[in-house]
Write a protein that binds this ligand. Sequence first.
Ligand code: ADP
Ligand code: MG
Length: 240
Amino acid sequence: MTVLELRDVHRVHGSGETAVHALRGITLAVEPGELVAVMGPSGSGKSTLLNLAGGLDRPSQGSVHVDGVDLSGLGRRALATVRRQRVGYVFQDLNLLASLTAAENVALPLELDGVAARKARALAASALSEVDLDGYASRFPDEMSGGQQQRVAIARALIGKRRLILADEPTGALDSQTGEAVLRLIRSKVDDGAAGVLVTHDARHAAWADRVVFLRDGVVVDTAGPLDQPDELLAPGGAR
Ligand code: ADP
Ligand code: MG
């Protein structure tokens, strides 16, 4: 079943003279096992699209469906449950809770879903290990570097059986090696059957996707199949 479907989605931010028509009729479907990259200039509507896909924002017109459920039919509580159980969201800003340790931050979505604390902590520990943060479980965010914090946020987004992975320039604060590890992680989650949407301005990152959608002024202006394989692009002399 299609995991994410946007049907003729419009989003107007604000109203009156200052209204911004951020999205103007976006139609997009993302299937299980598919990673779609979204590229486009600053202000073209990429983050707005991702927020709508994750149920963090509602369209002004059109509809957003996750696992066949029309999000516009859901109240706040039901929407929060969908977000927590099905959507893994890697934000541009990290949104780690400062008063929680790395492991507690990662375990939080599971605990909110009623997973027993001990089990949630064990899953969090292995998720931290997947992003190379063994030994950091009891550190607080302000005791970690920006790149480490970002990896905690990614572990939190990927924990549990998320059907939809949404990432908004997830490698922003990371060095290129760690950034690549994060993309590899997203790719493997998608290969395991999730659907993914990756906003990026870097063609090397978009090369991890099966399909690239180009946005400009809130409309899709072009789509492309997979870009050159990442291995080719990352190999010495392989960059374009
Ligand atoms: P991108 O992520 O591609 O840079 P955004 O989706 O953040 O683009 O923004 C698209 C347009 O909508 C921009 O013109 C931006 O200024 C505007 N916009 C985004 N969020 C808001 C908001 N909350 N209120 C008003 N305008 C907004
Ligand atoms: Mg953005």
